[in-house]
Design a protein around this ligand. Structure first.
Ligand code: G6P
Length: 615
């Protein structure tokens, strides 16, 4: 939610910030803005509602000179998405400019106080409070703007990543963080790059520092980078080397990031299990959580907390871990878990699943669990993300950067990690036979090739998409671990094509959704070979009896469903436990093709953001 980019150094700041904002647009695209310190040490401010490209067009004929600048792309929380509410926000005398990602919860009382002091607010944002408060403290206490910002933050309740600049300090930039991410890149020419994640930084430098909660960074071109805590005690920066490659951030010939990421799945799944399993030698090992496996086996229960697509992956994990390792698993929406006073203690293990590693609700759920003494683990994609840093241990999914707002390769990588986890726990606990263990390992190793085969059906799926692109509703059905796949299929369609869709356990359909079925209603069913096959076939017949349209994902060579369904999409044969990894791909492709045909913005669907750092 909201992307932040800033630069200070010898280069021109504008092109760096603009390019960075485009990389961060997945975090929000309601408005964009840039503040640049010009040759006369005045701040030029350019802001535009809508996408970064609107800002680019608007700024094209303006003075874009500046070696110091800050930029922002917004996902609106307080105040409509318009030019005025766009960041940066400026102090009334034009001396300080500031950008912010997060929410200032007590902004209303602070605002009232500042109005009493004579401050006039231009925008409806909570952020403007920060800039006026900093200015007020700076004048009242006669301190420079960085110190004033530090003091201001002690009055603030909420979450923030902030970057501020002042026309009176042309060699300085100040940043602070609490709950919202911020990375500082240390350039090779004595310059510095700041951003919400490393993607705007990676092409200039790989040496970075991730700010911790309640840390303030003061960057001075002469004195370098210094870190302080909110109490003004100096801290030692921990420099890290980025592992990200630039090519991963570009479309590589594809029309959209989403379709590129769908096609990356054979590789991303492989990268996810590489070095973690060997079918021939018969072992599996998730190094990051190995030391906690005994704890997981002995735990009261494993509680998976997550949001959105990651929650769906969690459900697949529940089926796998309970079935293979016979450990009690619960899957919770992080946003519900954190507020419902859950019973939790030191015998529980809480596992957060998060692509970004920044989702505010998931973070808060973990913090709550930690405060009750539970062990907290993470399954994240973004290396160095907040969740990966606050957890006791964890496993990365290694899917590489996911830019499309609708999650695809991150989901299959999460399911892969959970499969490895289930297998490892089952082996350790002795709840799986050696034959079954080895079969599943070999099957998992074969999944990337099978995903390739599913991807080859894209043209066939595109034809099906053409037939249903104008539907107003759709139903997705599955049983067992294909039920979460149905939920995920429905979510993908909603997210990017704006067609109302619901995922249901196939047998539950007769308790409600069946009333919706008529000849207009496409029903997408996972009807692959396995324990529930016959039952699903009956559910298909129930739909057909009411003239619904059936589009079924079936196992290669299927005969029965083919006779009943309007369309079938075949996936290669695989063990029932691994079906989610294959069955989810046709639904990703289907949503993609439908969204393209409907002229929707596939990579940046309306109202959504990839990383939800507000609750
Ligand atoms: C947002 C994204 C979803 C994602 C969810 C959880 O809503 O649009 O694609 O599944 O957040 O994000 P996380 O990064 O925690 O997996």
């Amino acid at each position: 939610m909201c992307g932040i980019v800033a630069y200070i150094g010898k280069k021109q700041a504008y092109p760096i910030i603009l390019k960075g904002l485009k990389r961060l647009e997945y975090r929000g695209y309601d408005s964009a803005g840039i503040a640049l310190l010009d040759a006369e040490n005045s701040i030029n401010l350019y802001k535009r509602q809508g996408k970064v490209s609107n800002l680019e067009e608007f700024a094209a004929d303006k003075d874009l000179f500046g070696h110091l600048g800050i930029g922002h792309t917004r996902w609106a929380t307080h105040g409509a998405p318009n030019d005025v509410n766009a960041h940066p926000h400026m102090s009334m005398d034009g001396s300080i400019a500031l950008i912010h990602n997060g929410i200032i919860e007590n902004y209303d009382s602070l605002k009232k106080e500042l109005i009493k002091q004579g401050y006039i607010f231009q925008s409806e944002t909570d952020t403007e409070v920060l800039v006026h408060l900093t200015d007020h403290i700076s004048k009242k206490e006669n301190v420079w703007f960085g110190e004033a910002l530090r003091l201001a933050l002690s009055h603030v309740v909420g979450a923030y990543a902030i970057v501020a600049m002042s026309k009176d300090y042309p060699k300085r930039i100040v940043a602070a963080r609490k709950s919202s991410p911020l990375v500082i890149g240390v350039g090779t020419e004595g310059d510095f790059f700041l951003a919400s994640d490393a993607t705007p930084i990676v092409e200039y430098t790989k040496k970075v520092v991730y700010l911790d909660d309640e840390e303030i960074a003061i960057i001075d071109l002469d004195e370098g980078l210094k870190l302080y805590n909110i109490a003004d005690q100096e801290k030692t920066p921990f420099f890290q080397e980025l592992e990200m490659e630039l090519e991963a951030l570009e479309k590589g010939g594809y029309e959209h990031f989403m379709i590129k990421e769908i096609h990356e799945q054979p590789r991303s799944i492989h990268d996810c299990f590489r070095g973690r399993l060997n079918a021939e030698e018969g072992w599996v090992s998730l190094g990051g959580v190995r030391d906690y496996e005994q704890k997981m086996i002995q735990a009261n229960r494993l509680i998976i907390v997550a949001c959105g697509t990651s929650w769906h992956a969690g459900l697949v994990g529940e089926y796998l871990i309970e079935d293979l390792a016979r450990i009690n698993v619960e899957v919770e929406y992080a946003s519900e878990f954190r507020y419902r006073n859950p019973i939790i203690n030191e015998n529980d293990v809480v596992i957060a699943i998060s692509q970004s590693g920044e989702t505010a609700d998931t973070m808060a759920a973990l913090e709550l669990a930690k405060s009750k003494g539970a062990t907290i683990l993470g399954i994240c994609n973004v290396v160095g993300s907040s969740i990966s840093r606050i957890t006791d241990a964890g496993s990365y999914t290694h899917a590489g950067p996911e830019i499309g707002v609708a999650s695809t390769k991150a989901f299959t990588a999460q399911v892969t990690v959970l499969t490895l986890m289930a297998l490892s726990l089952a082996k350790k606990k002795g709840t799986i036979s050696e034959t079954k263990f080895r079969t599943l390992l070999a099957e998992l190793e074969a999944i990337p090739e099978k995903v390739k085969t599913v991807l080859e059906t894209s043209d066939h799926i595109e034809k099906i998409a053409a037939e249903y692109k104008d539907a107003s509703n759709a139903l997705y059905l599955g049983r067992g671990s294909s039920f979460p796949v149905a939920l995920e299929g429905a979510l993908k369609l909603k997210e990017i094509s704006y067609i109302h869709a619901e995922g249901y356990p196939a047998a539950e359909m007769k308790h409600g959704p069946i009333a919706l079925i008529d000849e207009e209603m496409p029903v997408f069913v996972i009807a692959t070979q396995g324990t529930s096959y016959e039952k699903v076939v009956s559910n298909i017949q129930e739909v057909k009896a009411r003239k619904g349209k059936i589009i079924a994902v079936v196992t290669e060579g299927d005969v029965s469903v083919k006779e009943m369904a309007d369309h079938v999409i075949e996936i290669p044969e695989c063990d029932e436990q691994l079906v989610p990894l294959l069955a989810t791909i046709p639904f990703q492709l289907l949503s993609y093709h439908i969204a393209v045909m409907r002229g929707c913005n596939v990579d940046q669907p309306r109202n959504l953001a990839k990383s939800v750092t507000v609750e």
